[in-house]
Design a protein around this ligand. Structure first.
Ligand code: ATP
Length: 236
């Protein structure tokens, strides 16, 4: 069997002396969507920081595709196929959609025109707006552009932090439809969401995090009671 795309084993992490993750363990298999859900301040973003190498765990292990990567710098993890969309989506608002995509060829190995073509196939609306400045796109279109840029790096593990934030439910469904397609193509995906319903609809496995520990994990249909509990909010 293939090694998990990602495995956390009893991970603890802190900001200064304040511990925020208190022993977190989970596995994301290759080509599967893992939804990490929970209320404000639960430690979801901190978990993503640990996985992307921006925060080193104080205790525990992080394995990417079977390799121990604790303490590895973000660029080494990026070379290992870990890709995240930075806060603010990481796009260049004063550049056109096409320029935002083409610059992802800086890593080599893929031609700028191929990056554009792939992006427009996946998100036709970006093709219609290729000359528009990225900063003038709608929130949903910006999220699509951010995802298209991430996919240009051919990730094996994609980290998505609250992609639904501030977006209309219809757009969120479209984005998650793409997330499901990416998993079908073999990309492992760790999605973090506060509001859960759409993420759960496509997730293969889900876990609920509260106060820095995972309180429940399992198939999405096994978690519906917990998910509908008040702390996840009633609007998702
Ligand atoms: P949200 O859904 O609101 O983004 P979250 O589950 O992603 O929440 P985190 O952002 O991981 O939660 O935060 C977990 C805890 O760590 C919170 O108590 C937060 O205040 C604290 N924290 C986060 N970042 C820092 C930091 N840079 N320095 C100190 N404390 C931090």
């Amino acid at each position: 069997m293939d090694a998990p795309a990602l495995e956390l084993i009893d991970v603890r992490a802190a900001y200064g002396r304040i511990e925020v993750l208190h022993g977190v363990s989970f596995v994301v298999p290759p080509g599967k969507v893992f939804a990490l859900l929970g209320p404000n301040g639960a430690g979801k973003s901190t978990t993503l920081k640990v996985v992307s190498g921006r925060l080193v765990p104080t205790v525990g292990c992080v394995h990417i595709a079977g390799s121990h990567v604790n303490g590895a710098k973000p660029h080494r993890l990026a070379r290992a196929g870990v890709c995240s969309i930075p806060e603010g989506r990481g796009i260049f608002p004063n550049l056109a959609v096409a320029e935002n995509l083409r610059m992802m060829a800086y890593r080599g190995g893929i031609r700028p025109e191929d990056i554009e073509e792939r992006a427009y196939l996946r998100f036709p609306v970006l093709g219609e707006r290729r000359t528009q400045l990225a900063g003038t796109l709608s929130g949903g279109e910006q999220q699509m552009l951010a995802m298209a840029r991430a996919l240009a790096t051919d990730p094996s593990l994609l980290l998505l932090d609250e992609i639904s934030m501030g977006l209309a439910p219809r757009i969120v469904s479209q984005l998650y439809e793409v997330v499901g397609q990416l998993a079908d193509q073999g990309i492992a995906i760790l999605v973090v969401e506060q509001f859960a319903r759409t993420a759960l609809a496509i997730a293969d496995v889900a876990a609920i995090m509260v106060h820095g520990v995972i309180t429940r994990a399992g198939r999405p249909d096994e978690l519906t009671d917990e998910v509908s509990a008040a702390y996840l909010g009633a609007t998702a």
